[in-house]
Design a protein around this ligand. Structure first.
Ligand SMILES: *Cc1c(COP(=O)(O)O)cnc(C)c1O
Length: 431
């Protein structure tokens, strides 16, 4: 693609023919009839074909076959075991540092409070949490709840809309009053990929801890939690990992903090010797201290399948394909969409761009509904953003070309009239 003209469909076919990950497309359940392309895999990943089988096998052999005995025959250890599998495949984290549990929202609450508790134990004067206005709502609200209950001061960054939080911005507001810096590795709106290593180092220089949200980077981008010396991290498994709607989240705590993991939801399964049913709470050893209640076993098997396919493909190859797909979308968007009044709001610099591309136009909400009708499932984000999610293992260049051609045609037709009667949740999606 050296010319300025839009890539042709033949270009897309050629890119697919050279794609080392093309073989993975058939590992997923086929797209339903009428769907041209699925551009929402960053919100809800498509199911691997093996997941329905794994769930049916589990129900028959394990649940029906073993009944209550299953809990002492391996189910109970699954959160840590699959945590290790995911840590090795996608997190750059040592065994024993990651658990699969609860939702990202709940894990974020637990991790943020545990981090604040560690920082305040070292210095009670540290009462600030640094975060950004463009972070995902759940992260902002949880931080606000903590600030209210524990007398914390929130320090809000206002990153450039088309980009995200920089090292310099963090450095400017992080000092001896800061307990924790918490940000998203990849911004859900713009797709900005933050320099997690450098920001973590900057927070540490000021004596603060970090909590990273990996929802949009786990399974799409290289992550090195141990090497970056991250304190805590949380993230979704139903987006790029494709573990299924509402699948439990990951929670990572650096081994350096084990033994001081003071999280707030003192459930029986986070207690040492849970089955002794003793009076009083004593945290379990290691990452298990971050557990609370009974784990959702079938859903964790979905996480296992997602981690396994990432391990098989290799996260480096997945990242390379994400770069190729986002670049391809940008070249089509510049030729086809920008002349129609769209603005590209994702970073132009490849190294700073995650696995999706966002384009804005005032009628994005209506347009997105038209696209769904035309078989292109993309994502609307208020107030005027269409997110083009590009899950590398399940998305081909040809699908992207076809989808963008539909988008060009739909958006190029007469301006879409505002649909006043569109309910706010007509385009609901997670993340
Ligand atoms: C998707 C997403 C979440 C979702 O949290 P849930 O508890 O699974 O609903 C949280 N944070 C970020 C940054 C996300 O992108």
């Amino acid at each position: 693609m050296t010319s300025m003209a839009a890539p042709t469909r033949q270009d897309a076919l050629d890119l697919d023919a050279r794609d080392p990950l093309a073989g993975f497309h058939d590992r997923f359940e086929p797209l339903p009839d009428g769907v041209v392309a699925y551009l929402d895999g960053n919100s809800l990943g498509r199911p691997l074909r093996e997941i329905p089988t794994a769930w049916a096998d589990f129900a028959r052999d394990q649940w029906a076959g073993r009944l209550i005995r299953g809990w002492s025959e391996g189910w109970m250890e699954l959160p840590e075991q699959v945590g290790d599998e995911l840590a090795a495949a996608a997190l750059g984290a040592a065994p024993g540092t990651t658990v699969i549990a609860d939702s990202t929202t709940v894990n974020f609450y637990k991790a943020l409070r545990a981090a604040v508790n560690i920082a305040r134990a070292a210095d009670p004067a540290r009462n600030r949490v640094v975060l950004d206005r463009d972070n995902f709502p759940t992260n902002r609200y949880i931080a606000e709840s903590l600030a209210r209950d524990f007398d914390l001061e929130l320090v809000w960054l206002h990153p450039e809309p088309a980009s995200g939080v920089t090292v310099a911005e963090v450095e400017a507001v992080t000092d001896e009053r800061t307990a924790v810096v918490t940000l998203s590795h990849i911004a859900y709106q713009s797709g900005y990929l933050a320099d997690a290593a450098a920001i973590t180092a900057a927070a540490h220089r000021a004596g603060a801890l970090v909590v990273w949200d990996l929802c949009h980077s786990v399974g799409s981008t290289e992550i090195e939690l141990d090497a970056w010396d991250v304190d805590f991290a949380v993230g979704c498994t139903y987006k790029f990992l494709g573990a299924g709607p509402g699948a439990p989240a990951l929670l990572y705590a650096n081994a350096r903090h084990h033994g001081h993991l003071d999280q707030p939801i003192w459930g029986w399964l986070g207690r040492r010797d849970a089955f002794e049913m003793e009076q009083g709470y004593v945290p379990a050893q290691g990452i298990s201290a971050m557990r609370s209640g009974t784990p959702p076993i079938p859903a964790i098997l979905g996480v296992r399948a997602g981690a396994a396919v990432v391990a098989e493909a290799g996260i480096g190859a997945i990242r390379a394909k994400a770069e190729g797909l986002t670049e391809f979308v940008l070249s089509l968007a510049d030729e086809w969409l920008v002349p129609l009044g769209f603005t590209v709001t994702s970073p132009r610099e490849t190294a700073r761009r995650g696995g999706h591309v966002s384009v804005d136009r005032d009628d994005a909400r209506e347009l997105c509904l038209r696209l769904v009708e035309a078989g292109v499932l993309a994502d609307f984000r208020t107030p005027n953003t269409i997110r083009i999610g590009l899950s590398p293992l399940s998305t081909s260049f040809t699908q992207v070309w076809d989808a963008l051609a539909v988008m060009r045609d739909v958006a190029g037709a007469a301006p879409v009239a505002p649909a006043a009667d569109v309910p706010a949740d007509a385009l609901a999606s997670t993340g």
